[in-house]
Structure formats: C-alpha cells, structure tokens
Design a protein around this ligand. Sequence first.
Ligand code: NDP
Length: 449
Amino acid sequence: MEQIMSLVKERDPEQREFHQAVQEVVETVKPVLDRNMEYRQQAVLKRITEPERVIMFRVPWMDDDGQVHVNRGFRVEMNSALGPYKGGLRFHPSVNLGIIKFLAFEQVFKNSLTTLSMGGGKGGSDFNPKGKSDAEVMRFCQAFMAELYRHIGPNTDVPAGDIGVGAREIGYLFGMYKKLSNEFTGVLTGKSLNWGGSLIRPEATGYGTVYFAAEMLTTRNENFENKTCLVSGSGNVAQFTTEKILELGGKVLTISDSSGYIYDEQGIDREKLEYIQQLKNVRRGRIQEFVEKYPGAVYTAVDPALDYNPLWAHKADCAMPCATQNEINKKDSSNLIQGGVTLISEGANMPCTPEAVDILIDQGVLYAPGKAANAGGVAVSGLEMAQNSMRLSWPREEVDNRLKQIMKSIHRTCLDASSEYGMGQNYLVGANIAGFTKVVNAMLDQGLV
Ligand code: NDP
C-alpha cells in the first residue's frame, strides 16, 4: 500500500487532492487485495490509479470588451472497464489537473455502484463563470467544445455538469458539439427537457443524497420527520437536497455560498427556497441578499482567520455538505458531533478531510461518503442516456422511482460489502470495496489494456 502511495506521489507531487482520494481507497480495499492474490499479481492498484487518457488543451476566447483570454481545458478519461467514460465538467478558478483527477478517480467507483454501465471521467476548466455575461459564457463554452468534441461521443465519453456548469452551459456546449459533429446525439447529459433531457436529472443528486440518508436513518428506526439539518452550498445539489428534506418533514437551518452562510432559525421553507433558486439560478446573486428579504435570518461572512467553519458549529441532527471538497475539517467534525449531529450524507465530492472522517466514524455518526450518497446524479444521467438511445422520455414518477431504487440498492450494496469484511455499518469501507471489486473484475476480464 505504501508502495503505491509513494509511486502516485512521486509521479505527480503537486496533486494533493488526487493523493487524498487514492489514499482513502487504497487503505480501505487492502482486505480485498489480501483475499485475492490475482489482484496483486495483476497490479490492479497501479493500473486503476493511472488514467487511461488525459487531455489538456488551450481555450482562447474573447470577452465583451474585445479582450482575449486563455484558459486551460481538461478531460481525464480515467477508466472505461464498465462502459463509456461518464462524469461532469467543472468550471471554477480553482480547477487544475489534480482536482480533475481526484474527481475522475472518485467517479469510477461511484459509477460502478450505480448498477448502470458507465466508466468514469471528469473534466473542466479554470474559467470563472462568476460575473461573466451570457454572451461571454457562450463564447467560452463554444471555444471549450471546439477542442473537446473530437474526444467525446455517445459511446465514448459523455460529460455532464458540475460546479459552474448547469443547464445554461450544457445548452451552449451541446449546440457547439452538434454543429461540429453534424449529429444530434446524447453526448451530454443534464440537457434541457425539450431537447433530450430527462425529468428529475436536475433534482437527482440532491434527492439521491437525501434518499440515501433516509435509508441510513431506517437502520436506526428513524426518519426525517422534525429532523434539523445543516446544508452548505446553494447551487444545484444544495437546492434539491433542501427540497427533499422539506418534503420528508425535516427542517433546513443553513445554506451558503463561497462568501458566507445564512442561518435561519425558523427554517428555510418552500417559499424561501424558491427565492434562493431565483437568486442563484436566474439573477446569479450572492446568498447574503437572503437577509434583506428575510431579516429574521443571520448572515455570516467567511472569515479566513478562522480554522473552522461556524456553519458546522450550529446544533442540528443531520449535516449535508453540498458545496465543495474539504469543506469539513477535523475541528468542524468535532463541532458537528458536539452540536448533536448523528448523520452526514455527502452531496458534494470529498467534502470531509480524512481526519474529519476518522472522527465521524469513530464517534458512531452515520457517515455516507459522496461516492455513494451523491451517485443519484450520475445514475439519472445514465437513465438520460438510456432514454436518448431509445428516443423516449419516461414520466417523472418513473425516473424518480428508479432513482429511489438505485439509492436503496447502493445503500444495501455498501452495507453488504462492509459486513462481508467484518466492518459492520461502515459505508466508507463498503462503498470503496463494492465499487472497486466490480471495476477490477471487469478490468481483469478484459485483459491487459
Ligand atoms: P453549483 O455550481 O451549482 O453550486 C456550487 C455551490 O458551492 C455554490 O453555492 C458555490 O458558491 C459553492 N462553492 C463552490 N466552490 C466553493 C468553495 N471553494 N468554497 C465554498 N463554497 C463553494 O455546483 P453543484 O451543486 O453542481 O456541485 C456541488 C458539489 O456537488 C460539488 O462538490 C460537485 O462535485 C458535487 N456533485 C454535483 C453533482 C451534480 O449533479 N451537479 C453530482 C455529484 C456531485 P458560489 O456561488 O459562491 O460559487
């Protein structure tokens, strides 16, 4: 295990998030390798940690004032043992190759858990959509796709959205792909409903995160009725996580963006959620504005001098981090436990640091890692691909029921894998072992490629 970590670190010393994601998987799948000598002989860890293909490219585009900008584009095609590469695109100034590789690596195991036939990939750019006009975002998306289109296809690699890439960006990207390839195919998921999108895709990640959490609560004969919840982020995943918690009778106390967070003792109800959706998706404003409309709530700006996030220090029963990686550190997880939190379901990818996860698991918190809890998004993307290839569209209830069944099945799979290896109700170990075993067996079946 140490050997593989040294190799991964030596090869790409600066890719910290990638090392973190690999370390977690490598540590938890050790008992699987111990039981199966063939895995060791076939060097499966070396193979699975090296992307099948990495594409990096220049994205030149012009702003509304005629200034030229050059961003960097990425697509990491990590593993295609289970199907075409599948995973989102992230547009955020923090994006670099290490972040895209960590996301692609996580995606491989997540997609494996969904029960659908999808390999793993991820992409994006260090472009910052914040403060850009629609025309600038369109020109950027077109320039990005002018290169990406030659590497993707409905049976090769099917990107979707992630941070900074929502319905607007998917529309511009799809338009350019269609023009360049002269084909109308299901090459992207998260499309608008009237041109190939699936019902429930926008909701899927958030709903799925809550369905998974509800399954965890059931193991303790509990449910969401009257549970108080801390949610971070205010984008796609946070919005639909909030919606589903409300539907199941819970109360959401917080919501945030990268500048600060809102604490609303009365709870964020449907009307307030609609205001947030209008504010973030249409006006593209800041969450701080919430308190102008609802003065009963309190806004706290991010304080870079603090070594913890006060959002996680409020009293609550459950926490759903839905913003970004490493947003809950060791101190935050201690605060969560002190505040009474007994369940954490990760809407975001890798939002808890490894030290934070250790504390949560040690203290018996029901902890669902992102690769299991937020797999609903990619699962419904898989259903969107299926509908596209049949040229059909399923009704809302049908997609939602399938999503529910998939989340139930992922929950069961994690529990079974964890108990098979004597780890009890450890969802982290269960998700990694189950996701890993399926991919590795497919890789071995397909030979040394
Ligand atoms: P959005 O862009 O819709 O929203 C992201 C939210 O997180 C915004 O509120 C944003 O604030 C906040 N945020 C982003 N970066 C940071 C940061 N560095 N510090 C603090 N806050 C930050 O993205 P999504 O909701 O789609 O994605 C959220 C998370 O969920 C990501 O980890 C993503 O990988 C994961 N995920 C998303 C899926 C999907 O289907 N969309 C599927 C599975 C996982 P601001 O507005 O200030 O930028």
